[in-house]
Design a protein around this ligand. Structure first.
Ligand SMILES: [Zn+2]
Length: 103
């Protein structure tokens, strides 16, 4: 998952009014918000993002195992054929997420 940025209206602490902000996500976590008017930025420390990531990882692994079990039971041939690809790409995906959260 690449770094994602989106725009939304938020109250800027510096401007004191509602302005358009750019929100940048690392994986599924908000990493930084920047006021588009005055460039005031609030960035979440990498240590905080790491704590959130590590906290959420077991829940995500459990949810993934349930999803895989459901797929294996409902579509066993499709599941079996997709497994080698998943076994290669899932660690790559997790490594990318970790890099986004840490950097
Ligand atoms: Zn501002």
């Amino acid at each position: 998952m690449a770094m994602i940025a989106c725009q939304t209206e938020l109250l800027c602490f510096r401007c004191g009014t509602v302005t358009t902000h750019t929100i940048m996500y690392a994986s599924m976590y908000i990493k930084c918000t920047v006021c588009n008017r005055c460039s005031f930025a609030i960035e979440k420390p990498a240590t905080t993002l790491m704590k959130q990531y590590v906290h959420d990882l077991p829940k995500r692994a459990f949810a993934l195992s349930l999803r895989l079990k459901g797929e294996a039971l409902s579509h066993p041939i499709l599941f079996a054929s997709s497994l080698p690809k998943r076994m290669i790409y899932k660690p790559i995906e997790l490594t990318r997420e970790l890099a986004e959260v840490c950097l």
